[in-house]
Design a protein around this ligand. Structure first.
Ligand SMILES: [Zn+2]
Length: 359
């Protein structure tokens, strides 16, 4: 079994994927049809794909994202997109995911959705995901940086209220320039005091200052992206010393123009320096990728070994916001499966084919 085959088969954990950004083009068309909406961009019914965001044009990406979000109109729609997400998780062997949802954008546009309808749909989807696919999901409620108050207060309120309904953390997303972290300090302080975790996006559209602000003003426990830490040696030292997990999304970074190609991506430098990295897919159909594909790309472009891949998977499992006992069970299960897959490698090593098969 070669390394890529093993990547396909191994159990995975994903920490950074957006529910609205994970809606497949087929499901988007289905949502438009059942809600009597005209798709916001032309899609070929035979083989629908989203138009790729223009590199460097974050607002173009936001418009695409909002069009998909706009097609989700009812509790049943939420249940459907969660169920479809879980089907995809199962196909990729992603056994556990912390999924970012941005509920305020659904309320803000006044589509007639109530907060209760949103959580009912999410929870119905989550229940069916577990029953039908054995896939575990938790929610991260995301504050959209660019929207005015009450976006932050509202999101923190519902995140706190829905802790018994799968919400594990408060997030922060969108344009870092238009919404500096300090503006959201009160919401994060309140959420953390109520027992939620803190996982803002930072160091994607913004530089190191934005990551420092996420750490100091928001008490970030993991950083969404964070790759632009590479621009600040002091920050790298800080992140390494505290082993703060970075949720890296390779294809997303290229699609949005952070780096022109993977050859320019700081991943291999961050990895060699010993930072705590995880691999994720962000908004997979929008960037035409999958979590599996992200691992394959990392192996092909950066020469990662099977050991590196195992470390990345276990990094993600260890960085989940599950309670300690549940986390331990998840980590142990994954370790056992990885060990079983590794045994296959040992046989090949004995046959002297390691170099060919596993680099
Ligand atoms: Zn993201």
């Amino acid at each position: 079994m070669d390394l890529e085959e093993r990547i396909h088969r191994m159990p995975k954990v994903e920490l950074h994927i957006h529910l609205e950004g994970a809606v497949s083009p087929e499901t988007y068309m289905r949502l438009c049809e059942r809600n009597r909406l005209t798709p916001a961009f032309p899609l070929d019914p035979a083989q629908p794909t989203y138009p790729l965001p223009r590199p460097g044009d974050f607002q173009h990406f936001v418009r695409l994202y909002l069009a998909i979000q706009d097609a989700i109109r009812t509790a049943d729609d939420f249940a459907l997109v969660v169920y479809e997400l879980a089907r995809d998780r199962a196909a990729q062997r992603v056994v556990y995911s912390e999924v970012t949802v941005t509920p305020y954008t659904h309320i803000w546009q006044d589509k007639g959705l109530s907060p209760e309808a949103i959580i009912e749909g999410l929870e119905e989807g989550r229940r069916r995901a577990r029953e039908d696919f054995g896939v575990e999901l938790r929610w991260i409620l995301d504050i959209p940086r660019a929207l005015p108050e009450p976006a932050a207060t509202w999101t923190a309120d519902w995140a706190i209220a829905w802790q018994e309904r799968g919400v594990v953390a408060l997030g922060l997303g969108g344009s870092e320039a238009r919404g500096p972290a300090e503006r959201f300090a009160a919401a994060f302080t309140r959420a953390r005091a109520a027992g939620l975790h803190s996982v803002p996006h930072a160091g994607e559209t913004g530089g190191p200052a934005s990551i420092w602000a996420a750490l100091h003003a928001l008490g970030a426990e993991r950083i969404g992206h964070g790759v632009r830490a590479i621009e600040d040696p002091l920050l790298l030292t800080y992140l390494k010393a505290r082993q703060i997990p970075l949720e890296v999304n390779l294809t997303s970074n290229i699609a949005l123009g952070l780096y022109p190609t993977l050859d320019h991506h700081p991943f291999p430098h961050l990895w060699r320096m010993g930072l705590y990295l995880t691999l994720n897919s962000d908004d997979p159909p929008l960037f035409r990728t999958t979590l599996t594909e992200e691992y394959v790309k990392a192996v092909r472009h950066f020469g990662l070994t099977w050991n590196d891949v195992c470390t990345l998977v276990l990094n993600a499992a260890q960085a989940t916001f599950l309670p300690p006992a549940e986390k331990q069970r998840l980590v142990q299960t994954i370790q056992q499966e990885l060990a079983a897959l590794s045994e296959d490698q040992t046989n090949h090593v004995l046959q002297g084919r390691w170099e060919d098969e596993y680099r």
